[in-house]
Write a protein that binds this ligand. Structure first.
Ligand SMILES: Nc1ncnc2c1ncn2[C@@H]1O[C@H](COP(=O)(O)OP(=O)(O)OP(=O)(O)O)[C@@H](O)[C@H]1O
Ligand SMILES: [Zn+2]
Ligand SMILES: [Zn+2]
Length: 744
């Protein structure tokens, strides 16, 4: 008689075996009710195990099944185990990701959503006090004051907001109510979508589709076909290839999973899927982050039953329980939003590749700027490479001009040098011709490097070839990889200019400047603040589409997948910023960003122009982007990565300790470092414990060290073993981030 090995819900990771009562069809992945101490609890069956005869006591029988069918399919359970061991996290945390809260809680029929309502406008004194003492509460209040109807769903405030809300409620500043919601996620202001039909493909698209179809039609008995990397320049019609591949998959009676970096930032992609499959609207499920619990529950079950046959969602949708999965599409596969920055810290694209292998289905990773990880996989023959080198509408890629802001700075004599004369003239011309412009402000990275405004010199680590980070508190420069330290130079080491200093300005400032030089222009701004209001982004993009706006100013948010035929000018104000952060992917990110942003120009009948303002005009990221030369960039960047032992030639993980108590956080990491170096697996490179670039956030001090190894598993295992053997002080949290994408 097999017994059921059950993982009990809850943070304590309890796993117990239970006997299976006669007549109960219990399988791995089933949700069950079990007796625990004196009450009934819920859990998930991880495995069926042989009951041992010599236990000396009888196992307690489990009580009942919560759902007659296993909620986690065998393949997803396998993926879950892989994630737990690869990323070094608990299987419980992975099950949480696999089964959304809405699906795990038993009473999911509730059609209510917990909503936070502003009860009393906070006085400036209270706000100031909160900003110091409880910044999270202050942030919630400021969100509420700007929200429509002064209310926001609790779920939209993100993980861990409950405590802050509770405390705000105690101060009678907010109220938590349960709001009735409609269960139709579409009912909420989605505009009418006109159906469209497939476009005749051009030769390149045809060839790309053929590769996908070959994989789709491969007999299921054969070995799984390799993942396909679709490298298509901006505007080359990748989406059309996705759409036709999706259609072919449905025709085979199979289902389709579409992953996008973020639903709200890729409205046009979502809209095109809806439009193409409009006749079978109910077959498309879009997993927004703002679904209520009830909606999420409904969608999840619609997917599991095979009613929804196309699922579009961000990272976590990789766990959507689609039956008969035939095709996974990962759009903008290079995007770092695919990496989850909370436990379990999985990478959505990598899990998608794993899932495709387990389900023996086709997977396409698409991008105009593929990650070097994926690209290297094509060079090693693990992935197939398919290319779309031309724009679908026959237009050429936009002309990119690089403007040396060091000269501009001299001309403008000590000013902030936000807008060059060249860019200003170009904007004026567009206004005269009634064409539109996008101005892009790079805001990545708060941890600033030191750059000379006169000659563009950046202070670099002599050992690691990454920029040194400036620590204001103690006026030091520090390398976050090896620990090298230097004093802040009084003069630029290159040109002797004493003005070497931090630069930084925001979208608001840009808006001011533009309004001054182009008083007649209609200007709008998209940034994190503007995004907060529901539908604000969509409304703004619609207004831009309708040409009610001349100049759109924005940050990273406008870099992705937008298609506006009347945009003929894109200005990139400060191409450098992201270049000088202490992150070996900095160059890659800047290249991606410049290419993607430039790709927003000239997507209609009119030719596009891109002006890139930079203090380092000769940096490879800028130059290769300017020449639309992905291969050139990849070759040089891969050489650098290989030489210094960075991904894709090694796995890179970060171990972080944090505490409100600075010394204890530091001491803990030093202890861990000592133990890690005691008998490391061969090939493991262990960095020095260092303050994080963001040393103090949310009142916590953070220290980190970087680990690298060509082999992933031995590294994760070694760290887990050391962590298990080490008793951490109560007020210190230690986080292990495998395949880290953020080093701040
Ligand atoms: N075969 C085709 N014939 C005519 N027009 C096409 C064809 N394929 C795509 N297009 C059009 O070309 C434009 C750009 O295509 P699409 O947005 O799919 O490109 P993309 O590669 O996804 O771009 P990006 O990476 O920049 O988001 C769209 O307006 C699309 O309708
Ligand atoms: Zn200088
Ligand atoms: Zn260094």
């Amino acid at each position: 008689m097999p017994a059921a090995r059950v993982l009990i819900d809850g943070p304590s990771e309890l796993v117990f075996d239970y006997a299976i009562p006669d007549g109960l069809n219990v399988q791995p992945g089933c949700r069950v009710r079990i007796p625990l101490r004196n009450k009934l609890s819920q859990g998930t069956v991880l495995d069926l195990v042989e009951q041992q005869d010599d236990l000396g006591f009888a196992l307690r029988p489990l009580h009942s099944l919560s759902d007659p069918e296993p909620l986690i399919t065998p393949n997803l359970l396998k993926a879950g185990r892989w994630i737990a061991s690869y990323y070094g996290c608990s299987i419980e945390s992975v099950i949480r990701a696999l089964l959304p809260e809405a699906v795990r809680t038993e009473d999911n029929s509730a059609k209510v959503r917990k909503t936070v309502v502003l009860e009393n406008e906070p006085s400036p004194e209270i706000l100031a006090k909160l900003q110091k003492r409880a910044p999270k509460q202050a942030a919630i209040l400021s969100l509420l004051t700007h929200a429509p109807d002064k209310k926001i769903a609790l779920a939209d405030l993100g993980d861990g907001a409950s405590a802050s809300v509770k405390s705000l409620a105690k101060q009678e500043l907010v109220r938590l109510i349960e709001e009735e919601v409609r269960r139709d996620p579409e009912a909420d202001g989605i505009e009418e979508i006109l159906p469209d039909s497939p476009l005749p493909l051009n030769d390149e698209q045809e060839a790309a589709l053929k590769v996908v179809l070959e994989s789709l039609n491969a007999p299921s008995s054969s070995t799984p076909s390799s993942p396909i990397l679709l490298h298509g320049v901006t505007g080359s019609g990748k989406t059309e290839v996705y759409l036709q591949a999706a259609r072919a998959t449905l025709d085979l009676g199979k289902t389709v999973l579409v992953l996008v970096p973020e639903i709200s930032l890729t409205p046009q992609t979502v809209r095109r899927f809806r439009a193409r499959f409009a006749g079978i609207q109910e077959q498309v499920a879009v997993l927004h982050s703002n679904l209520s619990q009830g909606e999420r529950f409904d969608e999840w079950h619609r997917i599991r039953k095979g009613i929804a046959r196309i699922v579009i969602g961000a990272r976590s949708a990789v766990f959507a329980p689609l039956p008969d999965l035939g095709l996974i599409l990962v759009d903008e596969e290079h995007e770092n939003t695919y990496k989850q920055d909370q436990i379990p810290r999985y990478h959505g694209r990598d899990v998608a590749v794993l899932r495709a292998a387990l389900e023996n289905c086709t997977i396409v990773l698409g991008s105009a700027t593929p990650s070097l990880e994926s690209f290297q996989n094509t060079l090693e023959g693990k992935y197939k490479l398919v290319r779309l080198a031309k724009r679908a509408d026959g237009q050429s890629l936009p002309l990119i001009r690089v403007l040396d802001m060091r000269l501009e700075k001299q001309k403008q004599k000590g000013g902030m040098a936000i807008l060059s004369d060249r860019l200003r003239n170009a904007l004026e011309q567009r206004l005269l011709k009634n064409e539109q412009s996008i101005l892009f402000l790079n805001r990545r990275g708060f941890a600033r490097s030191l750059q000379c405004p006169s000659c563009g010199h950046v202070c670099m680590c002599p050992h690691c070839s990454v920029p040194l980070t400036y620590h204001r508190e103690d006026e030091r420069l520090m390398c976050h990889i090896c620990g090298h330290q230097a004093v802040v130079p009084r003069k630029c080491p290159e040109c002797r200019d004493p003005a070497i200093a931090l630069q930084g300005y925001g979208t608001q400032k840009v808006e001011e400047v533009i309004a001054k030089v182009l008083p007649q222009a209609k200007i709008a701004r998209i940034d994190a603040d503007a995004m907060r209001k529901k539908h604000a982004l969509r409304d703004l993009l619609n207004a831009f589409q309708a040409r009610k706006i001349d100049v759109l100013i924005g940050t990273q948010m406008i870099a992705k997948g937008l298609h506006f035929p009347n945009v003929t000018l894109v200005g990139i104000l400060n191409a450098d910023i992201g270049l000088h952060v202490p992150d070996f992917r900095a160059g890659e990110r800047v290249f991606q960003l410049l290419t993607q942003v430039a790709g927003r120009a000239g997507r209609g009948d009119l030719e596009g122009e891109v002006i890139v303002q930079t203090f380092t005009p000769h940096s490879p990221s800028v130059q290769f982007a300017r020449h639309h030369d992905f291969d050139g960039f990849a070759e040089q960047e891969l050489e650098f990565r290989r030489q210094f032992g960075f991904p894709p030639f090694a796995h890179c993980a970060v171990l972080t300790s944090r505490s409100t108590h600075e010394r204890r956080a530091e001491f803990t990491l030093q202890t861990l470092h000592r133990r890690l170096t005691e008998n490391p697996p061969p090939g493991l490179m262990i960095g020095e414990p260092m303050p994080s670039p963001l040393v103090k956030t949310h009142g916590q001090f953070r220290f980190q060290l970087m680990l690298r190894s060509a082999k992933a598993r031995p590294m994760t295992r070694h760290v887990q073993q050391v962590l298990q053997k080490t008793t951490l002080p109560e007020d210190v949290t230690v986080v292990f981030d495998m395949d880290a994408w953020s080093f701040t």
